[in-house]
Design a protein around this ligand. Structure first.
Ligand SMILES: NC(=O)c1ccc[n+]([C@@H]2O[C@H](COP(=O)([O-])OP(=O)(O)OC[C@H]3O[C@@H](n4cnc5c(N)ncnc54)[C@H](OP(=O)(O)O)[C@@H]3O)[C@@H](O)[C@H]2O)c1
Length: 81
């Protein structure tokens, strides 16, 4: 498997991590965003199972905290959570 072949890259966030919720909740409570991205993570797992016999890479990534419209102007370009 490789991103040189067919691949599905789902854009997730660390805010979807159930394990990391205690350390991230106060900075970004955002219930709907967290919940929908957690569902995306499950979708990613299901797709990975579904497509592995075809050699299709499936993964979800967290891009860091990025200065975009959603990320906001205050974030450092090099900030990682
Ligand atoms: N920025 C961060 O720090 C950060 C951190 C973790 C994860 N992410 C993830 O990275 C991805 C991109 O985020 P971003 O920071 O680039 O956000 P953004 O600057 O707000 O851009 C969001 C993009 O999604 C499009 N969009 C929004 N609603 C849509 C809809 N209903 N149908 C089709 N397109 C729609 C927007 O289109 P228009 O331009 O036409 O409005 C825009 O191009 C998201 O999945 C976000 O959850 C971002």
């Amino acid at each position: 498997m490789s991103c040189r072949r067919s691949a599905i890259i789902n854009m997730s966030t660390v805010l979807a991590s159930v394990k990391k919720c205690p350390e991230t909740f106060q900075m970004a409570q955002m219930y709907p965003y967290r919940t929908s991205k957690a569902a995306l993570n499950m979708l990613t797992c299901c797709q990975a199972e579904d497509f592995k016999h075809r050699g299709i890479l499936v993964t979800a990534i967290h891009p860091g905290w990025v200065r975009t419209e959603m990320g906001g102007p205050q974030v450092s370009l090099h900030y990682t959570l």
